[in-house]
Ligand binder design. Structure first.
Ligand code: KG4
Ligand code: ZN
Length: 380
């Protein structure tokens, strides 16, 4: 019981967007056009409890309660703990998102929840809450694909073109659960062209940080530690696939990733060099390990960019500073445009979920009213 109260208070301090008076009056002034959908989004697919209100493509509020502290001691997300925490904290997170947005409950035109991919028990919390709220408010409920939402995170960000203007483009979705390359030709028109055949890039960061004793989640700590290290210290494998097709249907092997060998290589390095690993070596191992992941991502993106002239990068790993500089350099060299989500929309959030529903995508009507969690939902 004690913990539940503490969690709700944490929600105050982890609010990633606080709508100030200025922003609010701007938002309200620009929302006189009541024809724009005003969607409450809910995201509970993994270990972030999040809610947001989006009108059209304008984010009116965005509240995220991270469960990192609860899962940290286990070195990864524990599904049972994640869903219990969503149940306890979602009501407060939703209330805060609606009040932050400066809209009345009656001003909402729909409620959207992520229905997959993700942890079944966590997804069900968001789905049930969205369905109940929509029923109570007498408005439609929408189901949103988490991967499509990550793509939309770029288009609710400042300084990016509209989704339609960016098409056709390649999306690199790079997160704790996914590493996929998708060719996007229009709203809802996605073709998967590459993906990881084993671990996701974020998972590789998390496992690597665990082996190096750096903590959880691994991406931010490796990113930080690597700044003081030598990325050429150890040449870790880049998980390049042989030419031809993969076991995933007709996916081109040259556009696919493999990160499980990298983690094993680090494990063996640490086993074989136990005494030489001091603080400097840890920084250099982090830098070398990060370089292998980022190199693999940049290599496949470079190849995929024969299919489009714009690249959109999204998901938690897109926060990585080395990935940003490497892909920005590659974009200059290969002459393509690259667009990133604002940092606050890179990791899991509900603004991206609401944005998909506001664009008229995802599932709705009877399908949404009857939706179930789809833990392994794909894209394209
Ligand atoms: O998108 P996200 O919040 O959740 C999923 O949909 O999986 O991504 C979480 C992942 C974690 O694996 C975390 O280690 C990674 O994003 N991450 C990073 C960085 N910040 C978060 N990876 C590399 N560098 C970062 N700075
Ligand atoms: Zn995600």
């Amino acid at each position: 019981m004690q913990r539940s109260g503490a969690q709700v208070r944490v929600a105050e301090s982890v609010r990633i967007q606080h709508v100030t008076e200025d922003m609010l009056s701007g938002a309200q002034a620009s929302t006189i056009d009541s024809s724009l959908p005003t969607i409450l989004g809910i995201e509970t697919s993994c270990d972030e409890t999040a809610a947001a209100v989006v009108r059209g493509t304008e984010v009116l509020s965005c509240v995220i309660l991270s469960q990192t502290d609860l899962h940290g001691p286990y070195g990864g997300v524990v599904p049972e703990i994640a869903s219990r925490s969503h149940v306890k904290t979602l009501p407060a997170v939703v209330s805060e998102a609606v009040s932050d947005a400066g809209v009345d409950w009656s001003g909402l035109t729909g409620v959207a929840a992520t229905y997959g991919p993700g942890l079944a028990s966590s997804l069900l919390v968001g789905i049930s809450a969205a369905r109940a709220l929509a029923f109570r408010l007498g408005i439609p409920v929408h189901g949103v694909n988490h991967l499509e939402a990550h793509i939309y995170s770029v288009f609710v960000s400042d300084g990016t073109p509209s989704f339609e203007d960016a098409c056709p483009f390649i999306a690199l979705i790079v997160s704790g659960g996914h590493t996929s390359l998708v060719r996007v030709t229009g709203p809802g028109a996605y073709r998967l062209i590459g993906q990881t055949i084993d671990d996701a890039a974020g998972e590789a960061f998390d496992k690597g940080a665990n082996l190096l004793g750096l903590g959880y989640p691994g991406g931010p700590v490796i990113d930080k530690a690597a700044r003081d290290g030598d990325s050429k210290f150890v040449r870790f494998p880049r998980g390049r696939q042989r030419k031809g097709k993969t076991r995933f249907g007709d996916l081109d092997a040259e556009l696919c990733f493999s990160f499980s060998g990298l983690k094993t290589a680090l494990l063996y390095y640490l086993r074989d060099n136990p005494l030489s690993v001091g603080r400097t070596e840890v920084a250099s191992l982090a830098a070398s390990y990060q370089e292998a992941i980022v190199d693999a991502l940049a290599d496949r993106c470079g190849k995929a960019m024969k299919l489009a002239s714009r690249l959109v990068v999204c998901g938690g790993v897109s926060l990585n500073s080395r990935l940003r500089s490497k892909l920005n350099d590659l974009a200059q060299k290969q002459r393509f445009d690259v667009f990133w989500a604002e940092p606050r929309f890179c990791a899991d959030n509900a603004a991206m979920v609401a944005a998909v529903a506001a664009a008229g995508l995802g599932i709705s009507g009877e399908d949404a009213r009857r939706m179930d969690a789809c833990p392994s939902l794909g894209i394209g």
